[in-house]
Design a protein around this ligand. Structure first.
Ligand SMILES: Nc1nc2c(c(=O)[nH]1)N[C@H]1C(S)=C(S)[C@@H](COP(=O)(O)O)O[C@H]1N2
Ligand SMILES: [Mo]
Length: 224
């Protein structure tokens, strides 16, 4: 009967060891704590997605709008990336493995051609969740249109079949790192815009930029 207590203590010890190690390696942003779990956070219910009806659309300030069915999307070139995730609610999860399609690659291949005046990309999810990123950040290697986590298709609650994910790549201090809310689960489309548009959380008081190292959590209301 003490098994559970012992396991819990061991886990907590490991958690604190990782946290200490990550702090030493300068991978723990201010105000964050390490977690070994993968918390699930979203507004409303996790939608059940039918892959037959699913599509991924890109429109707005692009040379031509595009649409992929699931079968087409699954054939796009794929990339793997290891990310440290930082949630604004103060948990950080280190060394998470993602696989999917890089927006950068879609642009490099000429399959998406942003118009010169495009400045931001809005991720739009099933159910209406939205989040905004400067185009320059959406084109970084630490932003992925992810279909797989840890070698397996995304679990439903983490965004099956596709989500935006953004995190820190070890050794890439040249990239901007933003909080995890800037990756939309159940992603259905990207709208390129010529003027910034705050998303779901950004209008409700989260910081518009959300830089994890500057601890931009709340406060800067849209337009101020
Ligand atoms: N579609 C959708 N995506 C979303 C959200 C949401 O409410 N709906 N919440 C965001 C927030 S606030 C966080 S912290 C992360 C959580 O991702 P996770 O549940 O995989 O940990 O998803 C982000 N993406
Ligand atoms: Mo969040």
């Amino acid at each position: 009967m003490f098994d559970r207590i012992r396991k819990q203590r061991e886990r907590n010890l490991r958690r604190r060891e990782i946290e200490k190690e990550m702090r030493q390696q300068k991978r723990l942003p201010p105000g964050q704590r390490a977690t070994l779990k993968f918390p699930v956070l979203h507004i409303g219910r996790a939608p059940q997605i039918d892959l037959e009806l699913w599509s991924f659309k890109v429109w707005g300030a692009v040379a031509e709008p595009r649409m992929w069915s699931w079968a087409e999307f699954a054939r796009l070139p794929r990339e793997c990336v290891m990310l440290d995730l930082h949630c604004v609610t103060q948990w950080s999860k280190f060394d998470t493995a993602w696989e999917g399609v890089s927006l950068r690659t879609l642009v490099d291949k000429g399959w998406i051609v942003p118009r010169p005046e495009a400045t931001h990309v809005i991720q739009i999810a099933e159910g209406g969740y939205k989040t905004n990123l400067p185009l320059s950040i959406a084109l970084q290697e630490n932003f992925l249109l992810a279909t797989h986590f840890d070698g397996k298709p995304l679990p439903q609650e983490h965004g099956f079949p596709l989500r935006g994910v953004i995190g820190h790549i070890v050794g890439r201090d040249d990239l901007e790192d933003v909080y995890l809310w800037k990756g939309a689960k159940w992603l259905r489309g990207l709208k390129f815009v010529t003027e910034d548009q705050p998303g779901t959380w950004e209008v409700s008081g989260y910081h518009n930029e959300g830089d994890v190292w500057r601890e931009e959590r709340w406060g800067r209301r849209w337009g101020k």
